[in-house]
Design a protein around this ligand. Structure first.
Ligand code: BG6
Length: 505
């Protein structure tokens, strides 16, 4: 990552005592500091509802970093103390308007004392219902005004709960902030390997000519997780896999896989292309939902030595919950490049592996000369592995050495880990730094969020309104309901079983 044109600034974290701040945000900012990417004058200002002073908060931050920092703190002991000196705290109750008046005074004081211009990033690491409340309070006290430095807000997902609520939230944020000030974070876009999809496609001459309906049979996108909902049952039960993973992360990945090449590589051009993909998604209407979308929920199952509890037994989850912890869907992009190429997308919790990958299945050779001699079905695939074992692999048929013409599928793989001298930045490091610099390329634009809700909304409504659409149960530790294989037109085709490293079957 580069340190280019980063101005002195203040990062205010609302929800500074919360889980996200502890696990992701503070470790990311600390790593940026260790890597010398932050400006000379810089402050992290924790804003939270607990009463404490800066010293107590610094201790909390030290503790969070000792558990969640990317590398051992011993490696960076000297830097840690310097970093903590830049950390401050102000008690702010997000729903109490007056607290924001006091926050303003505190920021004015800090900025004067430390001689830092009021360039401010406000990070909303708070429950979604508070986004508009906090934004309104900032506006009330002029904390959005840019006469004494720029102001930016980072808004976490979920951005809205439905199409209408997303539009409404957007309108409310725009009453005090213009689009250039609003950074809608989707940490998948910050993943090095997601960005690499663009580089793989657009910097090589040999992928792009085949990246279309003429050569591609189907595309599979999988984001499977081994964990259940853990301590997030309360949030998850009102969200479900469709809102939690598909509406944002996986539709963004799909957009990057399917976008047209932009003429230049800048924020507007890239986002202009990705939004076109989302706008071209063929809607899945109410009566089609059962044929194109499969939802599932995990029940208790044996995973290794342990018996994992079922979703309905998780803390914070309603005992008769119908929330989906697995979704698989078949979708189409109605445009010139992708006409009638199915995109299969699935995600789920309590599955056997933690894997995120995109698999491009190419059409078979037009005439199978070696059909009788193939030991495995000929299967040409390009696998873009996002996690773990990040990299790119190509599968193709090879002659088995020896007499005759026996053919076997082989796998040629590039593993990111082979670039041993390169440290891969965590998604939050990259995205926070981008916002500090003012680069919104890897943030979701309003029209993209709107387009993805427009696609997802009718499915959610059908689930809610039509009790005949089944919710399939699957045992923890399995690949979700078998019914998800029925999405493939050909009964012999099934979802690829991703392995921890990306070897194929
Ligand atoms: C989050 C979801 O946005 O992404 C979680 O809320 C999910 O439920 C997580 O576990 C997955 O992210 P990653 O980076 O671990 O694939």
């Amino acid at each position: 990552m580069k340190k280019n044109n980063i101005e002195n600034q203040i990062l205010v974290i609302f929800g500074s005592n919360g889980d996200l701040a502890k696990r992701k945000l503070l470790p990311a900012v600390f790593q940026l500091y260790v890597d010398n990417l932050l400006p000379e004058r810089f402050v992290v200002l924790g804003a939270g509802s607990q009463e404490k002073d800066a010293l107590a908060y610094r201790n909390d931050v030290r503790e969070s970093l000792s558990t969640f920092a990317k590398r051992s703190l011993n490696e960076n002991a000297a830097k840690l103390d310097d970093f903590l000196e830049k950390v401050y705290y102000k008690k702010v109750h997000n729903q109490t308007e007056e607290d924001f008046g006091q926050l303003k005074e505190y920021i004015d004081g800090l900025s004067e004392r430390l001689e830092i211009k009021q360039n401010i990033v406000y990070y909303f690491s708070i429950p979604p219902f508070l986004y508009e409340v906090v934004a309104a309070h900032l506006v009330k006290f002029g904390l959005n005004l840019e006469d004494n430095g720029w102001k930016r807000i980072i808004v976490e997902k979920p951005f809205g709960y439905s199409y209408d609520t997303a539009i409404d939230l957007d309108k409310k944020l725009h009453t005090g902030f213009h689009e250039d000030q609003i950074y809608r974070i989707d940490h998948y876009l910050g993943k090095e390997t997601v960005q690499n999809i663009m580089v793989t496609r657009f910097s090589n001459g040999f992928f792009e000519p085949i990246w279309n309906r003429k050569y591609i049979d189907r595309v599979e996108i999988t984001a499977s997780e081994k964990i259940g909902v853990g301590s997030r049952g309360g949030y998850y039960d009102t969200s479900g896999a469709m809102r939690d993973m598909i509406q944002n992360h996986l539709l963004q990945v799909l957009a990057v896989v399917a976008m047209e090449p932009p003429a230049v590589f800048d924020s507007d051009s890239i986002r202009n292309e990705t939004v076109k993909v989302l706008q071209a998604l063929r809607p899945i209407k109410g009566n089609e939902v059962k044929d194109f979308v499969v939802r599932g929920q995990y029940v208790s199952g044996q995973v290794g030595e342990e018996v994992q509890k079922g979703y309905r037994q998780e803390t914070g989850v309603a005992p008769n919950s119908k929330t989906e912890t697995f979704v698989a869907l078949k979708m189409f992009i109605d445009n010139w490049r992708w006409g009638e190429v199915p995109f299969y997308v699935r995600t789920g919790k309590q599955l056997p592996e933690r894997v995120t990958e995109v698999v491009i299945h190419l059409k078979p050779a037009p005439h199978q000369l070696f059909k009788q001699l193939c030991l495995t079905e000929p299967n040409n695939m390009i696998i873009l592995r996002i996690h773990p074992d990040a990299g790119v692999a190509i599968d193709f048929g090879m002659k088995i050495p020896g007499a005759g013409f026996k053919v076997q599928n082989v796998n040629m793989a590039f593993h990111y880990s082979d670039l041993a001298d390169k440290k891969i930045a965590e998604a939050y490091e990259r995205l926070i730094l981008d916002c500090m610099i003012g680069d919104s390329t890897l943030y979701a634009r309003a029209d993209a969020v709107k387009a993805s809700w427009k696609f997802v909304d009718p499915i959610l409504q059908a689930w809610q309104n039509n009790s005949e659409i089944p919710l399939y149960f699957y045992e923890a530790g399995t690949w979700g309901p078998n019914e998800s294989n029925a999405l493939f037109a050909d009964k012999y085709v099934k979802w690829r079983q991703p392995f921890e490293n990306f070897k194929t079957e």
